[in-house]
Unconditional design. Structure first.
Length: 128
């Protein structure tokens, strides 16, 4: 978003500079206002966008060991089981179990699913 504001600002400056050379300072002042308004709007949105908190999409990097393997298919199946739509209405699972032998990443997968928006109330302890 910030990149778009910078590109728009540079384009507006170049445009106003060309108008200044071709049509004179009076026309350049008018076009500076016209070009400045959308540039300011995009810059304002970029500034707000930068500080708006976002929902986590997975575990923060500092909580994921480097040996953890990303499992997008299994994570997708789990989040689908947790939150799905039935007749157009969102339905949340009361209980969902992950089964398997020890050491295959069930707890890590559950923690990753708990941090995804929409699986329920996200709390430090996980999804509730």
């Amino acid at each position: 978003m910030l990149g778009m504001a910078v590109v728009l600002g540079v384009a507006a400056c170049v445009f106003v500079g060309v108008v200044l050379v071709v049509a004179g300072p009076d026309q350049a002042a008018v076009w500076a206002t016209v070009a400045g308004i959308p540039t300011a709007a995009v810059a304002a949105v970029a500034a707000v966008w930068a500080v708006v908190p976002r929902w986590p999409t997975g575990l923060p990097p500092e909580l994921v060991a480097e040996w953890v393997v990303d499992r997008p298919a299994e994570l997708g199946q789990l989040t689908t089981a947790l939150v799905r739509k039935r007749d157009g209405v969102g339905v949340s699972a009361v209980t969902t179990a992950l089964t398997g032998a020890g050491g295959f990443g069930k707890t890590t997968l559950a923690k990753m699913a708990a941090r995804i928006r929409g699986c329920g109330v996200v709390s430090p302890g996980g999804c509730s």
